[in-house]
Write a protein that binds this ligand. Structure first.
Ligand code: GLN
Length: 484
């Protein structure tokens, strides 16, 4: 019999439908793998009792022929989504013991579709990072690491990417503010999509930068990604930026031919510092698209070089406002033996937040402060508009844009975490789509000379995830990437 954990989303559901195994068996196999994993540190919590009792209910539904679209499917959840009754900390000491008594909209949609909570995955603290090294619960290891050479899984959804790549879950949820689904997907050889801003509700997701945050799935195939997204997207009146637009059947788009589609190659992404291996994979991608009948066109996104500095003003500014609520009064950690109220605030925050989070809060409050607001924050907003306009113009000439996801493959744990600027450079290709609110997907496309995965990124028009799924499936077909 096939090992259940080797199956992705679609195949697990097919096996369940054909009664090859029960949901209880599926869940038991994953719980066993998660419990015995001593290498990756991808999960920080699980709740066997809760998962097994949901699995029993799922099996009952199936036996009565009342199976829901994702019935019995285990889903790992990044620790940034509130799950009712489960510790939700955003991997920060300040929220270490926070247990929400409500459920995020995205997870509740998935449970209503029959999905089963299998555990919480690690992440960079408050989703700030590109290597999963800032998690309060320790670094996560990339399953592609070679003996004695531990590599990062990327971040901030590093636990989710590592879990899916190592077959400790068929799917895991992530969030992406500036690349946190796509870059770890690229580093771990998984598919990751950041939908259009407004496609998935942000309600019940711990906020980092509210004008950028979006939820999305990490999976081992494009079709798996489409099926999960279909079940988590949709309008929610609890999120004022949620857009009331029909959710298409993304799975149908996966088998659509890309013949005649126009795929844009932005010349500004050919930066110095791009590894030649990454450039080669990009060229392979161009060739695959031509072979599949698409037309390649050069496009220009002239403000690309300002995207990273703009992001690192806008995101910290919003973060500094969002994180002001963690002051020891209402939630989580509070410093003991304090002298007065002010001491409680400052000591709680000084001890409760990690170094990277404090750096972001300092940058954020600085760029928002009187005297600097116009020079930094307001300016960054204007540049953001220019970046949006660049994409609008480019999309007059193409259906989607193809770029590398990240300038390099996975690096070693400890290699970049002392130098924030080097770390921020990881996001150079992912932040422009984030600033413009556009959907973007990373598809595993090959290996570098270290034997580590490299992903290609597709950026689409707003609310046109379908085109990304069609082209993504074509990339996947041509790349024939083998998971571990
Ligand atoms: N790496 C980026 C940052 O540190 C993006 C993080 C994210 O998308 N959550 O801000």
């Amino acid at each position: 019999m096939t090992k259940i954990s080797n199956l992705g989303v679609v195949d697990t559901l097919e096996g369940l439908n054909k009664k090859e195994f029960s949901s209880v068996e599926v869940i038991k196999e994953y719980l066993n793998l998660i419990e015995n994993d001593s290498k990756l540190n991808a999960y920080i919590h699980f709740n066997a009792e809760k998962s097994l009792s949901s699995a029993k209910l799922s099996d009952e539904r199936r036996s009565k022929n009342e199976a829901l679209p994702l019935d019995g499917l285990p889903i790992a959840v990044k620790d940034i989504f509130c799950v009712n009754g489960e510790k939700t900390s955003a991997c920060s000491k300040i929220l270490e013991n926070f247990i929400p008594n409500y459920e995020s909209t995205v997870t509740s949609k998935l449970w209503k579709a029959g999905g089963i909570y299998i555990g919480k995955t690690s992440m960079d603290e408050f989703a700030m990072g590109s290597s999963n090294e800032t998690s309060y619960f320790g670094s996560v290891v990339n399953p592609w690491s070679k003996e004695g050479d531990k590599l990062v899984p990327g971040g901030s959804s590093g636990g989710s990417a590592s879990a899916v790549a190592a077959k400790l879950a068929p799917v895991a949820l992530g969030t992406d503010t500036g690349g946190s689904i796509r870059q770890p997907a690229s580093f771990c050889g998984t598919v990751g999509i950041k939908p259009t801003y407004g496609r998935c509700s942000r309600w019940g997701i711990i906020a980092f930068a509210s004008s950028l945050d979006q939820a999305g799935p990490l999976t081992r195939s494009v079709r798996d990604s489409a099926l999960v997204l279909e079940n988590m997207a949709g309008f929610d009146n609890l999120d004022s930026t949620s857009v009331n637009i029909k959710v298409p059947k993304f799975t149908d788009a996966c088998s659509k031919s890309i013949k005649g589609m126009k795929i844009g190659i932005p010349k500004e992404y050919k930066i110095s510092g791009l590894s030649s291996e990454v450039e080669n994979i990009w060229n392979d991608g161009i060739k695959w698209m031509e072979d599949a009948g698409a037309e390649i066109v050069e496009v220009t996104l002239p403000h690309t070089k300002y995207a990273l500095p703009t992001y690192y003003i806008v995101a910290p500014a919003e973060a500094s406002a969002n994180l002001a609520r963690y002051d020891g009064v209402k939630y989580g950690f509070r410093k003991e033996n304090i002298q007065d109220l002010e001491d409680m605030y400052s000591s709680t925050r000084a001890e409760g937040f990690g170094e990277e989070v404090k750096r972001r809060i300092l940058i954020g409050t600085y760029v928002l402060s009187a005297g600097y607001y116009d020079a930094y924050y307001l300016r960054a907003q204007k540049v953001r508009t220019k970046i949006v306009e660049d994409f609008n113009l480019a999309f007059n000439n193409c259906d989607a844009i193809l770029t590398p996801t990240a300038p390099t493959g996975a690096f070693k744990i400890g290699e970049k975490n002392m130098d924030p600027i080097t770390m921020y450079m990881n996001d150079i290709f992912t932040v422009p789509a984030s600033l413009a609110g556009l959907p973007a997907m990373s598809i595993p496309s090959g290996l570098n000379s270290n034997g580590c995965p490299l992903g290609l990124q597709l950026i689409g028009k707003g609310f046109d995830e379908e085109t990304l799924f069609s082209i993504g499936a074509a990339v996947e077909n041509a790349a024939n990437f083998q998971s571990i």
